[in-house]
Design a protein around this ligand. Structure first.
Ligand SMILES: CC(=O)/C=C/C=C(C)/C=C/C1=C(C)CCCC1(C)C
Ligand SMILES: CC(/C=C/C=O)=C\C=C\C=O
Ligand SMILES: [Fe+2]
Length: 557
């Protein structure tokens, strides 16, 4: 009953904000609990965090307490229990007074519609979480993003748009034909912005996924959905990289071209909704472009990865998911790294590299000779040893069935060395012994002041085995080739996010924020010292939250 007791104590101990908190509770069940799902598979009873009645407080049901007792029902993989929450958290330890601003984290937090259960981690409807730090205090909130896909599911009590692995079931053949047309026009694709959240240089905060229509502007204070971010250019296309590079001066992203395999590299200025083309990369392998979830930049170059895990037109059309979902592994097509000059749009290097699988690039930088000439580009990523099975491991069924086996595939800091001397081949090697971080590694961040520059530290989720998912936080020292690891038994930590101390001169002078989903159903926001990697504070949530993906920092003005 730990979480029940805790939510009660939060309610009592924080009286001034409690009234506000109660006002802001709202049932998330309207629409969802009505009627039966039209699908054959029923909701998994383990995923039953859903009250059937409107609640005014974060009620934890007795059945839930029992279900959360075992490993099989980790709160990290269980739908968020209510649509929204806001309240001050009781803090253990001390939040530095300089930490003033808001950390936002987005991720797929609701994995069912009515009785129907989604299958993959990436399918869930977006849950945006807010941690607001001010004067050593911590106010937390979460809220569902009101995408068209989420609103339609709520209204109709069924899946209405194509998600990562889920496809709405057409009622009959004619609607199937219509569905194909909708797929080509993009009308049936989801706008469920469940992957990340970025603060543009002009202050607008945008939640993102891999469909362009899933770019949704939110209010970072209230978590209100303000509306779709409409790109005003006529570049077209339906998809983009889930991770644009966003700084105070620009927004850079890649638009894969599925018809003429390649990528457009595009740039948008703060205050504008118009992307302009910097250049184009033609793929060297085929039949389609490689999946580009993220990409890195250096000071002068945009690095375009061409991964042998490629988009697959047939899989896009299929109603049932394949082992690699919308993608296909083409080892024969090889892997490539392309380097585009940001100023001219010219390709200055295009090299074949060993086969690789990555979601996330960590950073990249230019290596120079003694005359200051750039000789190579170094690009680091969370690399899954060219093994695509990680996609399958992120199925909810697999995440929810951990019984102590060591099933997380190995991963490493994959370091690409891309020579700029016209060589045809680049290298890919581990930047440090992967044993330093338990041979698991993903969900990374760096000090943003080092974006595109030579850097020393990366923060990520690592592994303490046996595990089925990254279960540690790791600080990787790429110079000493060592890692410091944080671990708590049964905890699932989300991406460690580095916030630099204002005025800092050391790369690791700051804090690392993560949110922890605990084995017993509880959860807390965790602050680690960016340098020692030791805990400095934690703030208990009234109940554990589902796992979330990526975040951003909105400093206090
Ligand atoms: C959450 C995450 O990391 C990735 C999410 C990826 C998504 C939602 C991909 C969606 C897609 C479709 C809905 C159809 C078109 C292809 C593709 C981009 C894979
Ligand atoms: C959570 C994850 C991989 C974990 C494997 O070690 C990948 C998430 C990708 C999308 O953002
Ligand atoms: Fe990602």
């Amino acid at each position: 009953m730990a979480s029940l007791a805790f939510s009660a104590s939060i309610g009592r101990s924080i009286s001034p904000s409690n009234a506000m908190v109660s006002d802001k509770f709202e049932s998330r069940r309207e629409g969802f609990s009505l009627g039966k799902g039209t699908f054959a598979r029923k909701r998994d009873p383990r995923d039953s965090m859903v009250p059937k009645v409107a609640t005014q407080a974060p009620t934890v049901f007795p059945s839930l307490e029992k279900e959360l007792a075992g490993d099989r029902n980790h709160v990290a993989w269980t739908s968020v229990r209510q649509e929204r929450y806001e309240g001050e958290l009781a803090v253990q330890g001390e939040i530095p007074l300089w930490l003033s601003g808001t950390y936002l984290r987005n991720g797929p937090g609701m994995w069912h519609v009515g009785d129907y259960n989604f299958r993959h981690l990436f399918d869930g409807y977006a849950t945006l979480v807010r941690l607001h730090f001010e004067n050593g205090r911590l106010i937390a909130a979460h809220r569902q993003i009101e995408s068209e896909a989420y609103k339609a599911a709520k209204k109709n009590n069924k899946l209405c748009y194509r998600e990562f692995s889920e496809v709405p079931k057409p009622d009959n053949f004619l609607s199937y034909v219509g569905e194909l047309a909708n797929l080509f026009s993009g009308a049936s694709l989801t706008d469920n912005a469940n992957t990340g959240v970025v603060k543009l240089g002009d202050g607008r905060v945008v939640c993102l996924t891999e469909t362009q229509k899933g770019s949704i502007v939110v209010d970072p204070n209230t978590l209100d959905t303000l509306g779709r971010f409409e790109y005003s250019d006529s570049l077209g296309g339906l998809i983009h990289s889930a991770h644009p590079i966003v700084t105070d001066t620009e927004f850079l992203t890649l638009l894969p071209d599925l018809f003429r395999p390649g990528y457009l590299v595009v740039r948008m200025e703060p205050g504008s909704n118009e992307r302009k083309v910097l250049g184009r990369v033609d793929c060297r392998g085929g039949p389609t472009p490689g999946w580009v979830h993220s990409f890195p930049v250096t000071e002068h170059y945009v690095i375009v990865p061409e991964m042998p895990l490629r988009y697959c037109a047939q899989n896009l059309l299929r109603a049932e998911p394949t082992p690699l979902y919308k993608f296909e592994w083409h080892p024969e097509s090889k892997g490539f790294m392309h380097v585009m000059c940001k100023a001219s749009g010219k390709i200055v290097a295009s090299v074949e590299v060993p086969l690789f699988v990555t979601f996330h690039f960590i950073n990249a930088y230019e290596e120079k000779d003694e005359d200051g000439r750039v000789t190579a580009v170094i690009a680091d990523c969370c690399e899954h040893n060219a093994d695509t099975t990680i996609l399958e491991k992120l199925r909810l069924q697999n995440l929810r069935s951990f019984m102590g086996e060591d099933v997380l595939p190995d991963a490493r800091v994959g370091r690409f060395i891309i020579p700029l001397d016209g060589s045809r081949h680049g290298k890919l090697e581990a930047a440090l012994d992967p044993g330093e971080h338990g041979k698991g590694m993903d969900m990374c961040s760096i000090n943003p002041a080092y974006l595109g520059k030579k850097y020393r530290y990366a923060y990520a989720c690592g592994a303490q085995r046996p595990c089925n998912f990254p279960n540690t936080l790791t600080k990787i020292d790429l110079l000493e080739k060592k890692a410091k690891n944080w671990y708590e038994e049964g905890a699932v930590p989300s991406e460690p996010f580095f916030v630099a101390r204002p005025g800092s001169t050391e790369e690791d002078d700051g804090v690392v924020i993560s949110m922890i989903s605990e084995k017993n159903g509880d959860g807390y926001a965790l602050l680690l010292d960016g340098s020692t990697f030791e805990e400095i504070a934690r703030g208990k949530f009234p109940y554990g939250l589902p796992y979330g993906l990526h975040g951003c920092w909105v400093p206090k003005k």
